[in-house]
Design a protein around this ligand. Structure first.
Ligand code: GLC
Length: 754
């Protein structure tokens, strides 16, 4: 491969090389027939393939492919193996449809519940998002198909996405918005990364050299090529210099010509051009050798996988009196209400919207599964458009009243959330909310099944006895809903994002979606549960929450050490038992709390998790491993990850709001990197290293015999008064004048240099 690359690079003309950095058409790289360089096809994902039919280009007239659950659903499975298997299935379909790079996964953090594209992203938490993304990439690339980790970086809203600047401090950027990308790249080495439309702190992501070269390649070891989001290149030369290799879509011949001229005139270094061409051709070679002309995929088998996966993503939010699972032998009639039962909302709108191979509906599957034992009635409940229809409401309520159980299918219609625009609030349509209220008024045994890509407000939550979150569950979601409702599958999902009680409680509320071309990430580190924890705001449903048809008990936790250094790994063993009568799966979640820190830190942060399946009465032990980065914060002054000495608490449980097990660990950091003091260093920081007496007695000025007045350090009030004063000013206010030299000497002594 390298030999072939070398030969191509020697034979390519300047024009051809410039052309290779711009796509050949909307979905392909450039081919160079003269040298037998083929083009490769890059197509959307992430939860299925959108390959336009021959002859169509931009459109949505795509070849059929399996539509799997979207990312917010998949992440709610908390099942790494499941994500890998979905990746493998989609990889097989890429081989069959002759796609070489799948444009996904999207691992952007869900900063706001109003994000229009939240359905396409995994989580508000970077560890969950990173682990899900890494597993998915492993799965797809196991078939020799490339992926495109997107959208790098800080593309956390749709509002003005092509121009807005995400204004985020360095520490928050590192700890929250880059970490998922870092985990995927270090664990799974995606063949490409997609640079986002937006700016990051004023610099377009496609021109952000620090992100694309220093962070992505030098720090994280990314070896593939960077592709722009479609239409995201604003300055071709600046993007190439920044390490943004392939401009999509293609056919921009003016840009090719201008770049060629710039190189020829010596305005642009050919070495930089060559670097991008090599990165692109290396992936062309790597993917082309895996092509399988004539390959096909088993649509029925993949549909069955999609159904099983969708069921795994369901989150049981409420189940009063064990109404669920429905017992057909104890039911005479079920009233199915809501158009989503007939026209399921199973994927999001925008570039990820694909042509499914088939679509299941809940009503069909319920009728099929309930057979002729149970009468199944149906009512629309709400109209297609966003308005309340009293007649439909009355018809539904009447039908519900006559049945033993009512099952309402509701959530968010496509017009409420999509790529390209954000949501104005987190409300469901009034027609859906009214329907649930009216039905619950006449039918105590009501179940609500939700289809939505992101958190919704539930003003009716006291009404129904049971609520299932089905997210956008893919083409088989209708059948999966029936499987869960009837207990063929025991739901085991956990929320991958917090559901706030109301919009105003959300972390981003004061800053989203920004104005005058900027959006301030004013909440800093406190995104998702980190915010609700710190502010002690009760959410409607917390991150990591989800019920089951059985019960579990965490019967114990132990750690392999109570003292460690940042060079050690901590092994945490947690025992979990199924204390109910039905097989089920539980997710053990491990959070780390820095009990004593000089820095502001979230109360706790998810650092590891494991899903485990258990028969009734069965007990298993899961082992989770923590290491230095799991304890670290990012020190932006020193541009490094820092582990502090002191106590950490390890918390284990089955929801971010239910962590019954804890263990304390004392960390002895080997990182001797200490802040160097300077004239503007604050006295309180000096007192973290010296006593007041030690520090002030070092301040002596032999030339004038000056120095800190004797015994000053005994004056508690004065010491407190000086805490937030820069030490250079303290020296000058010691009564007698301290020479500049004496102050400099003092600071050197404090730094241990004198
Ligand atoms: C879109 C999306 C990106 C997608 C690309 C190609 O604008 O932002 O996720 O892969 O363009 O459709």
């Amino acid at each position: 491969m390298e030999q072939q690359l070398k030969e191509w690079m020697e034979q390519l003309t300047l024009e051809e090389k410039a052309a290779l950095t711009v796509g050949g058409d909307f979905w392909h790289t450039r081919s160079i027939e003269r040298l037998g360089i083929p083009s490769i096809s890059l197509n959307d994902g992430p939860h299925g393939i959108r390959k336009p039919k021959a002859g169509t280009d931009v459109g949505f007239d795509s070849l059929p492919a399996t539509c799997f659950p979207t990312a917010s659903a998949l992440a709610s499975s908390w099942d790494v193996e499941l994500l890998e298997s979905v990746g493998q299935a989609i990889g097989d379909e890429c081989l069959a449809l002759d796609v070489q790079v799948l444009l996904g996964p999207g691992v952007n953090i869900k900063r706001s519940p109003r994000g229009g594209r939240n359905f396409e992203y995994y989580s508000e938490d970077p560890v969950l998002a990173g682990e899900m993304g890494a597993a998915f990439v492993r799965g797809v690339q196991s078939r020799g198909i490339g992926t495109s980790l997107k959208h790098f970086a800080c593309n956390n809203q749709e509002h003005e996405r092509m121009t807005i600047s995400s204004e985020v401090d360095e520490r928050t950027l590192r700890e929250i918005y880059l970490t998922a990308f870092e985990r995927v790249i270090k664990q799974s080495q995606p063949m490409t990364v997609m640079a986002a439309y937006n700016k990051v702190n004023g610099i377009y992501a496609t021109e952000h050299r620090e992100l694309l070269e220093q962070v992505l390649r030098e720090e994280w070891g990314f070896t593939g090529f960077v592709v722009s989001d479609w239409g995201a290149v604003n300055d071709k030369a600046a993007s190439l210099r920044a390490g943004m290799d392939l401009q999509m879509p293609g056919r921009d011949e003016e840009t090719v010509q201008r770049l060629t001229d710039m190189v020829r005139n010596g305005e642009f270094p050919e070495t930089v051009l060559n670097q991008s061409v090599e990165r692109i051709l290396r992936i062309v070679l790597a993917t082309m050798r895996n092509r399988k002309p004539g390959a096909s995929f088993d649509a029925e088998a993949h549909h069955a996988v999609a159904r099983q996966v969708a069921a795994e993503c369901f989150v049981l939010l409420k189940n009063e009196g064990g109404l669920l699972p429905l017992q057909p032998d104890k039911l005479r009639s079920v009233s199915v209400i809501g158009q989503f039962a007939k026209q399921p909302r199973y994927q999001g709108s925008g570039s990820s919207q694909i042509e499914p191979t088939r679509v299941d509906t809940a009503i069909e599957q319920l009728k099929k599964s309930l057979g002729d034992q149970v009468t199944v009635s149906y009512a629309d409940g709400y109209p297609g458009e966003d308005r309340v229809d009293e007649e439909l409401l009355n018809e539904a309520a009447q039908q519900a009243a006559e049945a033993d159980v009512a099952v309402i299918f509701a959530g968010l219609p496509p017009s409420f959330e999509s790529e390209g625009f954000d949501r104005r609030n987190i409300d469901m349509p009034a027609s859906h909310n009214r329907l649930i209220e009216e039905v619950c008024r006449v039918q105590p045994n009501t179940v609500v099944v939700l289809s939505n890509g992101s958190a919704v407000a539930m003003p009716w939550i006291q009404g129904p006895k049971a609520v299932l979150e089905g997210w956008l569950g893919g083409q088989a979601s209708g059948a999966a809903a029936a499987d869960v409702l009837l207990g063929a599958v025991n739901p085991s999902g956990k929320l991958s994002e917090t559901f706030p009680m109301r919009l105003e409680d959300a972390p981003d509320f004061l800053n989203f979606p920004g104005e005058e071309g900027k959006v301030r990430y004013g909440e800093g580190l406190y995104v998702g549960y980190r915010y609700y924890d710190k502010k002690r705001i009760e959410p409607l449903f917390p991150f990591g929450y989800g019920l089951s048809y059985t019960t579990f008990e965490l019967t114990g936790m132990n750690v392999n050490r109570h003292h460690m250094t940042d060079r050690d790994t901590l092994e945490v063993k947690v025992c979990v038992r199924n204390t109910g009568a039905r097989p089920g799966s539980e997710v053990v979640q491990l959070y780390v709390q820095d009990a004593e820190s000089r820095m502001a830190r979230p109360i706790k942060e998810l650092k590891a998790f494991a899903k485990v399946s258990l028969q009734p009465g069965e007990e298993k032990e899961v082992t989770l491993v923590l290491q230095d980065r799991d304890f670290a914060y990012y020190d932006s002054e020193r541009s490094t990850w820092c582990v502090e000495s002191g106590e950490f608490v390890i918390l284990a449980g089955t929801s971010s709001a239910d962590l019954p097990l804890r263990a304390s660990v004392m960390m002895e950091s080997t990182q001797k990197v200490q802040a160097r003091f300077h004239a503007m260093s604050l006295f309180k920081d000096v007192l973290k290293r010296y006593t007041a007496a030690e520090a002030l007695q070092m301040l002596a000025d032999p030339s004038t015999g000056g120095g800190a007045p004797a015994g000053l350090y005994k004056d508690e009030f004065l010491i407190t008064f000086m805490m937030d004063m820069p030490i250079g000013k303290i020296a000058k206010m010691m009564g007698n004048i301290q020479s500049e030299q004496a102050i400099a000497d003092w600071i050197s002594k404090l730094n241990g240099e004198a």
